[in-house]
Design a binder for this molecule. Structure first.
Ligand code: FCB
Length: 293
């Protein structure tokens, strides 16, 4: 049977009514001058999740309040939640073919989604190495393949391939990876992340890694540039942000699940980090339009 292109588009996430209420949505968008997909994406509020894309052919252009960002073959872009999407084919180029994945990250992925270069809030990485480029293309294809399958666990498999893709991209960030942390500091970070809501004394952490409390405090500050408690506060607030974006839990429940029994105190800390209280942050996400187009 011959494939009807219109029919294909109906089954693809490019269909305008597709809802992005999933952990992962992915696709391939081939754009040529004047073709059906040759329109400029305009999502002033961005999206609820992240978008990562990889250009395969031609040149794309993203406009931001601070200027424009152009990108070509073998360049990766990462749009964090809420960052405006104004992008499309660069008018000087005949094509802009790109692979893309929309996703809600697992909480522990967040640190890997901070890339060295984030011009205008958009992550950008150039893949220089042919082997790396093939690896990334294969991982994108793997995500898209699992994502379009109906088998049990397809979505989990798509997320699994996506995690490998995100790790590979993070490995390509020279600055973030320049400094390997002391394994004892890593162990403390892992422990704090796994027990994010618990009150834990420095003495307990220090004993776990066979250091004195003052030695651990010093080492931690040296490695991460902040105190243990300041670092944990940031993790808690990041986790809370993700929960607000991706669940409908009430704020006080979220506060509690990241270790704040006192919702008023939580609000104060949240505002300190994000400039707005959690309730207002939640409203932004509720009002957000998520569909493409
Ligand atoms: C498609 C775009 C792609 C991505 C998805 C969500 O229309 O081509 O880059 O933004 O929407």
């Amino acid at each position: 049977m011959e494939l009807d292109i219109n029919e294909l588009i109906n089954f693809s996430p490019l269909m305008k009514t597709f809802t992005f209420n999933a952990w992962v949505v992915s696709g391939f968008t081939p754009i040529s001058r004047g073709s059906a997909l040759d329109y400029y994406i305009n999502r002033p509020q961005g999206m609820k999740g992240y978008i990562i894309n990889l250009t395969l052919r031609g040149q794309g252009l993203a406009r931001t309040a601070e200027g424009s960002l152009s990108f070509g073959e073998n360049e990766l872009l990462l749009f964090p939640p809420g960052v405006a999407h104004h992008y499309g084919r660069d008018e000087h180029s005949e094509h802009w073919d790109h692979l893309w994945i929309y996703f809600i990250p697992r909480p522990y992925w967040l640190d890997w989604l901070k890339w060295d270069k984030m011009p205008h809030g958009i992550g950008k990485t150039t893949v220089n190495d042919a082997e790396q480029s093939q690896l990334l293309r294969d991982l994108f294809a793997e995500v898209i393949r699992h994502n379009s399958a109906q088998a049990p666990l397809s979505e989990a498999l798509a997320m699994n391939a996506l995690e490998r893709l995100i790790l590979s991209c993070f490995q390509m960030q020279p600055i973030s990876n320049r400094h390997a942390h002391d394994p004892r500091v890593n162990a403390v970070c892992d422990y704090l992340n796994e027990h994010i809501a618990q009150e834990i004394k420095i003495e307990t952490l220090a004993a776990m890694v066979f250091l004195s409390p003052s030695r651990l405090a010093h080492l931690f500050k040296n490695e991460l540039g902040q105190t243990i408690y300041a670092w944990r506060e940031l993790q808690r607030i990041n986790r809370a942000k993700l929960l607000i974006q991706t669940t409908s839990l009430p704020i006080n429940k979220i506060a509690l699940s990241v270790g704040y029994e006192d919702a008023v105190y939580f609000t104060r800390i949240f505002r300190k980090h994000n400039g707005i209280p959690p309730g207002e942050f939640k409203k932004r996400y509720e009002g957000m339009r998520n569909g493409p187009g």
